[in-house]
Design a protein around this ligand. Structure first.
Ligand code: GRF
Length: 193
């Protein structure tokens, strides 16, 4: 039996709609709680969202540090202070380095707006539209050292039925349902690759 909620950190760099969904879906059955937001864009809208929810924020500028190993060591320290057990990436626009990967082996997740391995990297939605495919979707996967290359945990298809705005909306609706569900399943040990 698990004792109380498991603390997770959300890593985000942007608007934070997935962050919000993860926070809102956290409380319902006490599987996890969001203990920290890690953000590499001090002006990002997600920071204001975290403040509204009363969630601690660690924001940083990578250029203030000599290299990735150094700022990831600082992140690691913050994660440890908050007893964080899982790292959940939601629009964190940076590759995770060996420092964090080693410390959180098998416990770092990411969400990507395509059916990987199709359309990895930036602007997956634009890539799908340019390719004129009929179906794209959402993938949740474990994070490794590559760009959207880690083992797939779950995927949901999304039909392309309109312009970019419509597709973005349809994808986000799926993301906001899927991600909290998969995070809970992973914490409970119900999901493997
Ligand atoms: C999402 O589409 C996610 O799949 C991708 O980055 C986007 C973040 O959006 N990794 P938001 O900041 O959660 O709204």
């Amino acid at each position: 039996m698990m004792e109380g909620p498991v603390s997770i950190a959300v890593f985000a760099s942007g608007s934070g709609s997935n962050f919000e969904a993860l926070v809102e879906r956290a409380g319902k059955d006490s599987i996890y709680e969001v203990g920290l937001l890690v953000c590499d864009q001090p002006e990002a809208a997600v920071i204001e969202k975290a403040r509204r929810f009363g969630i601690d924020v660690f924001s940083f500028c990578s250029k203030d540090y000599p290299d990735k190993a150094t700022f990831e060591s600082v992140i690691l320290q913050k994660l440890s202070e908050k007893s964080i057990e899982w790292c959940v990436l939601a629009g964190y626009m940076r590759l995770i380095g060996p420092t964090l990967l080693r410390a959180y082996e098998g416990k770092i997740l990411n969400i990507h707006p395509s059916l990987l391995p199709a359309f990895p990297g930036k602007d997956a939605i634009g890539q799908a539209l340019d390719a004129k495919v009929k179906v794209t979707g959402v993938t949740v996967h474990f994070v490794d050292e590559g760009m959207d290359t880690g083992p797939v945990i779950e995927q949901m298809p999304v039909r392309i039925e309109g312009d970019r705005t419509r597709l973005q909306h349809d994808i986000q609706r799926v993301e906001h349902e899927l991600y909290p569900t998969v995070v809970k399943q992973c914490i409970k040990g119900e999901k493997a690759t």
